[in-house]
Ligand binder design. Structure first.
Ligand code: PAF
Length: 303
């Protein structure tokens, strides 16, 4: 039987979280300390897998850690609620934060190092860089959350530079973000393999998200309608045109009390060009954003 006995020792500025099997997880706040620890792994020619997160971890995040664990000698994660990617101050303020629980689950899942910087550590000065991802960031999340992907790119490029991993793991729930990160590493010649990982769902189909804990009990009962409708749309795609499918999905979800679709679009999985006819691509993806009262959820389905 595996007894977990956590004890936390503070040596200098690095916290070591240990368990009885004497594995150590580094919990580090400062860039210079992370770089020192990472260098030790690099010197031993160990491969590094990295999972950037904004905390409030759920099974979806932990599945990324597990995958990174399988494919690398060492696994690093970051917890940083990146202010640059929030275009709404209230959303940033309400974003769930559960650092102690996160540290515990990361340790249990086999993470070796957690980087938990504060805002000043990542942005000692305002980062004025402006990225251009062409059409990918002009629609869907990019259209409804202006500046969001630029903010993601600012944080991710800094985190990549600090951790310098061989592979970085991103969930397909944030499909557009995944494409943006792939474009980012290409544009900047960053030699990191971006590994897409499947969306993890609750048993009723709801895509796991840190925001799910903000959904009221009343609304929670109806939330499975989102993935059910996407799955139905996939079934119907052999019989209905793209515009018909779009109209049907939006009207079913909007007829649920407190639900309001912000967008539902169908695009090519790789280029993210919107399609109007199934013949335009063999790899279509339907992406949706829905307000459930004031909680904004996103999901997608590959056709
Ligand atoms: O998906 C997220 O949690 C964030 O957008 C990320 C990739 C950690 C960048 O802040």
């Amino acid at each position: 039987m595996y007894f977990l006995f956590y004890f936390i020792c503070v040596f200098g500025k690095i916290i070591y979280v240990c368990t009885l099997n004497i594995s150590i997880m580094y919990v580090i706040k400062h860039i210079k300390d992370v770089k020192i620890e990472i260098q030790k792994f690099t010197d031993q020619k160990k491969s590094i897998g990295f999972v950037p997160t904004m905390g409030a971890l759920h099974e979806g995040h932990l599945s990324l850690i597990k995958r990174a664990r399988q494919e690398n000698d060492m696994v690093a994660a970051s917890i940083f609620v990146n202010p640059a990617q929030f275009n709404n101050k209230e959303d940033l303020k309400n974003y769930p934060r559960t650092p102690d629980k996160d540290i515990e689950s990361l340790k249990k899942t086999g993470c070796d190092l957690i980087f938990i910087p504060d805002d000043k550590e990542i942005y000692p000065e305002p980062d004025m860089r402006v990225f251009n991802f062409g059409d990918i960031d002009k629609l869907m999340e990019g259209k409804f959350r202006p500046g969001h992907f630029n903010g993601v790119a600012l944080a991710v490029s800094k985190l990549f530079d600090i951790i310098n991993p061989h592979r970085a793991y991103f969930g397909e729930k944030d499909y557009q973000q995944l494409l943006i990160v792939k474009a980012l590493v290409k544009q900047l010649n960053i030699p990191i393999e971006i590994v897409p990982c499947p969306t993890i769902r609750e048993s009723d189909g709801l895509a796991m998200s840190s925001r799910n804990r903000l959904i009221t009990e009343e609304n929670r009962k109806n939330v499975p309608i989102i993935y059910k409708t996407l799955s139905r749309a996939k079934e119907l795609s052999t019989k209905m045109s793209v515009p018909e499918i779009k109209k049907t999905v939006i009207s079913i979800i909007n007829s649920t009390p407190d639900f309001m679709v912000e967008y539902f679009e169908i695009a090519d999985c790789n280029t993210f060009f919107l399609i109007n006819d199934w013949a335009e691509t063999k790899n279509a993806i339907g992406c949706i954003a829905v307000y459930v009262s004031n909680v904004r959820l996103i999901d997608n389905i590959k056709f």
